[in-house]
Design a protein around this ligand. Structure first.
Ligand SMILES: [Zn+2]
Length: 484
């Protein structure tokens, strides 16, 4: 770098060497962002800072020791209480990372599995990263545990909209779990009256009287605060489709058995699929050749609904498309599931800007935090939660680091495909950057482009890389690479 300075100083525009040297040193904020770009642990960040200091490459007021305690400021906003670690002051946390927090701009995503329970605030519109506000590795998904989480994060003060899969929503509504007669949180749809399912779409409105109609507890959240989860519903539609084909071992089903040898036939019969597998089937021209006429029309309408309603865009004729899907599913002999019921009876309950408030972003958070989990050996406490938050927001938010291959509209206009390919390949091959960080870069800065700038060729290219097409607002689309 010093040599560069000398080379530059021979240029026509003379700049005093002191001034140039000064502009070459890192400020604390710049170094912080570099540490974020390189995804360095505290120890490595400190080592980098001390090496740079030895070469006089840091501003005078940069503290090398800053990295050892980089998250100390943020740790005060988290409390560990038994199995649960939660944010005790959401306003304070947001203020500290210089973000505005208005509960209408964020939605609460709750995710749970047999192993853990997480609560994350996701940005409506998905232009900002998700902020984790509660986590437990021991708490299982029960009503009482969800109640505890909501109390800890003071849900009564900040009323966010809620998103999560239908099981979580059912629990939050106080519904009894398992295969119950009244399993819809909005109406008294009788899941057992199969004869009426495709005929009747107006069911009596649900009452919330505890002890009746499968309601075990008073709801923890207002049903009107719920955002129905498009990703979860998409997976449910695929499940029903495959399950129905599996009943007759049709040629299409056998094709899938051959295509996914790692999935057991029993799992396939249950239609257990995840997002990337569905995209693989979408791209497989041979699959469609194996389908019967009825299956083909169900499959086509499913694809249409994914692209024109449950995805990033909402076509003006989405109602007809959904009706076509229900009709085709009925003809194919699919049983009405709770997910189909939402399309059948509650189409108006879906949020207007479905892509902007999708549950799909929650899945992204899931992957992003995995690396941090490894670093802290799965030990979720205020140290880890705050270190993760430190890493989320940059110090110099408006600064564009060209070397870091931020893709701007300018890069994309016109030619699109080749430069994008080069930039992304360069990002992926940069061995200094860890997989999660790479993904983060690709997702959050690199490829937030205006939809009209993306050519169809470009879209196909991303598809070929097995990218997850993330719906956001009308004007923005996010692509992300499904790495690992
Ligand atoms: Zn209903």
């Amino acid at each position: 770098m010093v040599e560069d300075v000398h080379a530059d100083s021979t240029d026509a525009n003379y700049v005093p060497e002191d001034e140039l040297l000064k502009s070459q040193t890192f400020t604390q904020g710049e170094l912080n962002d570099l540490v974020r770009d390189l995804d360095l642990s505290k120890d490595k960040a400190e080592l980098l800072a001390s090496r740079l200091k030895q070469k006089n490459l840091l501003d005078k007021d940069v503290l090398v020791s800053h990295y050892r305690k980089r998250n100390f400021d943020l740790a005060q906003y988290y409390t560990t209480d038994g199995p649960l670690c939660y944010c005790n002051d959401i306003e304070g946390l947001y203020a500290n990372v210089l973000q505005e927090h208005s509960s209408s701009d964020w939605r609460l995503y709750i995710d749970s599995s047999k192993r853990n329970l997480k609560a994350v605030l996701l940005h409506n519109g998905n232009l900002k990263p998700g902020v984790p506000i509660a986590h437990s590795v021991y708490l299982k998904e029960t009503f009482v545990n969800l109640q505890e989480v909501l109390e800890a994060i003071q849900y009564r003060i900040d009323i966010w909209n809620i998103c999560g899969d239908l099981k979580i929503i059912g629990l939050l509504m106080g519904l009894q779990q398992g295969f119950t007669k009244y399993c819809c949180f909005l109406c008294l749809w009788d899941s057992r009256a199969t004869g009426e399912h495709y005929k009747k779409c107006d069911w009596p409105k649900r009452t919330y009287e505890v002890g009746k109609t499968n309601l075990q507890h008073s709801p923890l959240v207002d049903p009107n605060q719920v955002f129905l989860p498009p990703l979860h519903i998409k997976l449910g539609l695929m499940k029903t489709f495959v399950k129905t084909m599996g009943k007759t071992n049709s040629a299409g089903f056998l094709h899938l058995v051959g295509k996914f040898p790692k999935l057991s036939e029993a799992k396939l019969k249950e239609g257990v699929f995840v997002g990337p597998q569905i995209r693989q089937v979408f791209r497989d021209p041979d699959f469609e050749k194996t389908l019967s006429e009825l299956e083909m029309s169900a499959w086509n309408s499913f694809k249409w609904v994914c692209e024109n309603f449950l995805g990033n865009k909402k076509s003006s004729n989405y109602r007809e498309g959904v009706a076509t899907l229900l009709n085709a599913y009925e003809k194919m002999g699919c049983c009405m599931s709770l997910k189909l019921h939402f399309l059948h009876s509650h189409l108006d309950f879906f949020p207007e800007n479905l892509g902007a408030v999708s549950d799909e972003q929650g899945e992204r958070f899931h992957q992003d935090i995995q690396e941090m989990e490894t670093r802290y050996q799965g030990f979720w406490n205020e140290g880890m939660m705050s270190d993760y938050c430190w890493w989320l927001f940059r110090d110099n938010r408006n600064k564009i680091y060209k070397k870091n291959t931020e893709i701007t509209e300018h890069d994309v206009k016109g030619t699109t495909l080749l430069p994008l390919l080069q930039i992304i390949t360069c990002q992926l091959e940069n061995s200094l950057v860890s997989p999660t960080k790479r993904r983060y870069n690709v997702v959050t800065q690199a490829i937030a482009l205006k939809a009209h700038l993306i050519s169809p060729a470009c879209y196909l290219f991303f598809q070929s890389l097995d990218c997850l097409f993330l719906p956001t607002t009308d004007h923005f689309v996010h692509y992300r690479l499904a790495l690992g």
